[in-house]
Write a protein that binds this ligand. Structure first.
Ligand code: NAP
Length: 363
């Protein structure tokens, strides 16, 4: 049986291609291995970040590709089509981190009622979250459109939740307003939704073409285009959460707000054509710092005890999902040509922000 993989040149993400590979015969798989068909996966700017940081954060190690190429990790759903693990049956549905491929072999370990882990040697050395799969057969929260929402937004909203918690714990660094760049991104509007609900003013920074969408969300109190940020009032303290990763924009904001800039956290790099910048570059106001989610998650796991994080995140997710029916149009694109188009459109910033792309390499 053949597998189809979509791979990209690591040193030039505009170069990409589809390759075929022979799938291993089930008898030759390691004991306890699963052969999984990747049924569908989400694709957003966050996946482009995985590719941009593929070497630095070891994302390229997860799903090996021919020399010089990488297989971009994606969040999605799969179906076990053959199993050598006594506790997992063919036909089971899994949610987790997959390659842009039709198939994946998982070396199942730590199998529990709720999930399992891929113990393949080449996958170790990254955060455990990237090797964990949730068993979702029959779970309505992962069926149909709900499954699309999980793949498109759950990993992003987890970051939104952790940043909101971090800001709340720090009393918003003495500010009553938060600036968010790339306000139209899913991660940013998830955070704006949470921050807005606390009664903190949210100010979305976006490009001219995305202003109408960002205004329509209702979770931003004010929406400003990147070329208008100097018109924002600078007489009150402000916290900045940066999804765009643009150093010129960061410098402009710090110069404009001066000492009123009380927090400056770097999270994304949607505007990766501008340099993400040197966090040590001296700027007025709070020193820009990379936000490192695992630190806050570990801290809360200790403080909140077993299940405490999941319960709080679950409640936040339940309040967010109903918004998605208005905020996001999910569309499915199948086959290698459609996947390639979706990848290049996302890479080059051509996907309208109200779109949620679900992809599959199978026709
Ligand atoms: N550190 C973490 O753990 C973590 C976790 C989750 C997400 N993130 C980061 O958050 C960012 C947003 O991710 P997402 O998946 O939520 O994004 P998304 O929904 O796909 O965001 C789309 C928006 O990003 C901007 N954008 C995307 N590509 C662009 C391009 N090539 N040129 C210019 N603008 C572009 C545009 O917003 P505007 O016009 O509004 O600028 C666009 O509407 C990513 O950089 C992601 O890596 C980080």
């Amino acid at each position: 049986m053949q597998a189809t993989d979509f791979i990209v040149a690591r040193n030039d993400l505009q170069q990409c291609k589809v390759i075929q590979a022979q799938l291993p015969a089930v008898e030759t798989l390691p004991d306890e291995a699963l052969l999984v068909k990747v049924t569908r996966f989400a694709f957003t700017a966050n996946n482009i970040t995985y590719a941009v940081l593929g070497d630095r954060l070891k994302y390229w190690q997860l799903f090996p590709a021919p020399e010089g190429f990488g297989n971009v990790p994606v969040w999605g759903l799969g179906e076990v089509i053959a199993s050598k693990h006594p506790g997992i049956a063919a036909g089971e549905a899994l949610f987790g981190y997959f390659p842009m491929s039709t198939h994946l072999v998982i070396e199942a370990a730590d199998v529990s009622k709720r999930g399992l882990r891929d113990a393949a040697a080449h996958r170790q050395g990254v955060s455990p979250v990237y090797n964990a799969y949730t068993r979702v057969s029959g779970d309505p929260a992962f069926a149909g459109k709900q499954g699309d929402y999980q793949a498109l937004l759950r990993p992003l909203f987890a970051l939104s939740f952790v940043v909101d918690d971090f800001l709340g714990e720090n009393e918003f660094f003495g500010t009553k307003r938060v600036l968010l760049s790339s306000a139209s991104s899913k991660t940013a509007y998830g955070l704006a939704h949470l921050v807005h609900a606390r009664g903190i003013k949210t100010i979305g920074l976006t490009s001219a073409g995305n202003v109408a969408f960002v205004k329509s969300l209702g979770c931003y109190d004010e929406v400003v285009t990147y070329d208008q940020v100097n018109a924002l009032s600078a007489d009150q303290p402000v916290a900045y959460v940066d999804m765009a990763g643009s150093s010129p924009l960061r410098a402009t904001l710090h110069q404009h707000f001066g000492e009123q800039m009380r927090y400056s956290g770097i999270i994304g790099l949607t505007h990766r054509k501008s340099s993400p910048g040197d966090a040590a570059q001296p700027l007025p106001g709070a020193k820009p710092q990379f936000f490192f989610a695992p630190d806050q998650i570990r801290k809360r796991a200790r403080e909140w005890g077993p299940g405490g994080f999941d319960a709080r995140f679950g409640a936040a997710w339940a309040g967010f999902v109903p918004k998605l029916d208005q905020w996001m149009k999910v569309s499915e694109h199948r086959g290698p040509a459609a996947v390639q188009r979706a990848y290049l459109d996302t890479l080059n910033g051509r996907v309208p922000p109200d779109q949620g792309l679900m992809l599959s390499l199978s026709e």
